[in-house]
Design a protein around this ligand. Sequence first.
Ligand code: HDE
Length: 750
Amino acid sequence: MTADNSSDEREPETTGGEREPRTDGSGTDPGSTGTSDDAGGEIDENSKHEQLEEVRENSDGEHLTTDHGVKVSDTDNSLKAGERGPTIMEDFHFREKMTQFDHESIPERVVHARGTGAHGYFQPYEDPDLGEYDDISELTKASLFQDPDKKTPVFTRFSTVVGSRGSSDTVRDVRGFATKFYTEDGNWDLVGNNMPPFFIQDAMEFPDLVHAIKPEPDDGIPQASAAHDTFWDFASLKPEITHMIMWVLSGRALPRAYRMMQGFGVHTFRLVNDDGESVFVKFHWTPKLGTHQLVWDETTKLWGKSSDFNRKGLYDVIEEGYDPEWELGVQIFDEEQAAEFDFDVLDPTKIVPETEVPVRPIGKMVLNETPDNFFAEVEQVAFHPGNVVPGIDFSNDPLLQGRLFSYQDTQLNRFGGANWDEIPINRPIAERHNNQRAGFMRQEINEGKVSYKPNSIGDDDPQEAPAEEGGYEHYAEKVDGQKIRNRSDSFENHFTQARLFWNSMSEPEKQNIVDAAHFELGKVERVEIRERMVYDLFNNVDHEFAKRVAEGIGVEPPEEPGDEMPTHDREDPSLSMENRTPDTIETRKIAMLIDDGFDDEHVSKLRSALEEEGARVKIISKVLGEKSGVDGETVEPDKHHVAAASVSFDAVVIPGGDESVDAMRGQGDPKHFVAEAFKHYKPIAAVGEGTELFEAVDLPDTEIADEGDLVSDAGVVTCRSDDLESFAEAFVDAIAQHRHWDRDPEEVPA
Ligand code: HDE
């Protein structure tokens, strides 16, 4: 029996008599919500976990059985007519095992196929260090925001968009950031991205966008990449795409980790309070660890060396006990304010700049549990922006409106029927009662004769709930218009915010965008497409930008700015990732390269100094197996060079020890490791004889410490003094900065 249907959990009044109005204002009666038996009414952080517990299966110490519970005596040999004879039909175990295997795959998501997820909880703020609890009941009646002690279970899935299920994690792409909140009022799905604008303005264009960006239909090339003619052909003919293109060419499209990525609801939504009043809202997730990027060369190497980089990153940190955290913030504005903006809040290619409306933090999400089973949880989790709870409502954004149809439809395709919401990861914890009874794979066993309304046989149950009792009522927005297939003039102005984005970038971030455009457009065979991108789009963002792009892709640089280029110099500091670098090295992965004869004190003291700050230190050597220090201490390397590359780390440090450093100077791998980390602007450090390895690598324009010195030069920290503490501090500071763009690694061949 499923927990939700436990008969002794049903409300007594369903047998007849007057229905008592619910009094807690949340729309549910905690004492009789019929949530999971184990959850016992009120939803808390563990409620989903407990509900899932009922379907978890563990085979430890058990016999192997068929799907129907019959014990199996031999699962290696099919049943044959004679030892060397043909297999016979009667072999039910063979048929079942093979049929299950043949049907193991379900259609992958048409977009966002590649992803990973984790469980956790959402909590309105209560910790004054993080932000005072901000009572937003005047804005929304959504129950999950009302009580700072309430932890609502969540499941979040992160994804790339374009690639198929087996593609690499570190491609240039938008990332999905979808959260299912299992609230006591039902499920709320906030299905967002890591970039706040979108490519198109109307859902009608989505199939075209996706066809253009996916592998080309004749040869099926390229996988997981926009760098081909059809995408840029489409883009160059759609000026409204320009703002989003700026984001996609930036480091935002190469996130260092899912835990270091912002999230955005993208559309304008509505919040609705108990009095039925509404304001507009944009949702923002801000990672506690800052927003950080990889660099392009690094990502392409990761495709081969660690193609599960982001998936593994999330899994490993949670398993190692660091629970990634995001702040949920809202930008609130009303209809009057919205009317004042120089863009339409219903246009999803626009953001509401934080210079116009600041983000108000309202709570936090912590992801603290990895899934038990990738298929059952990550693959089968099914999001739908139409899953909202009382207090949250839609705007008329035509992209959002179309999504409200598409997600339900896509789940029908993936799951082959309408009961996908009964799969454990999707089912709400809140009680469900309706007249749905059938369909493929129905799980619930609904009792009783009645499955229709109105009815007298069953006392007309289940009853509709008025808003005071938690019934969802759509915000009564006045709508009055002609039936028309057209786009509002207010959706024009495609370049103002693209320019705002460009203006807000630091010079290294601008260079990243230009380099990305050189790669992406350099892959475009048709020159007229490259020209349209430069003349029609980029030259209407910023003239210098257009010229810099043109120079790298065989297009004549434009002589004049485009006719539509805005002239404003406005900036929004919140758009630059460089302004989103909190002073922390928590969860950063640091490589420590050693060989036999390492300096024991360096290794142990540095390791503990870094670990105390929350970094994860991994020892790397030429081969696996114990390594001895000069003073007799031994360490077991975590990885050897064949299996470890600098691209999987945030920083590298070389401890001293004559013998150890001499050995490494004679090996290509450690030198390549250092040079490559330098090329990717990563902090690198060496102490004592370790500095000699840096000298052997030849790091251009870099000062290396002399005897008695400690030098920190553009993220290269070297020390020839005994002051290990100051060395560690300087290295920690360098790591906290993430990447050191003030370096010029152009000449480094790594
Ligand atoms: Fe999606 N999108 N989308 N999308 N989307 C899907 O639903 C769609 C859009 C987003 O981890 C699909 O279950 C249309 C914007 C995420 O499972 C599909 C339009 C945003 C995920 C679909 C959009 C998103 C999806 C594919 C334009 C950011 C992954 C499989 C009208 C706000 C969720 C699925 C997960 C997935 C349709 C545009 C985010 C086909 C028609 C804008 C994070 O239904």
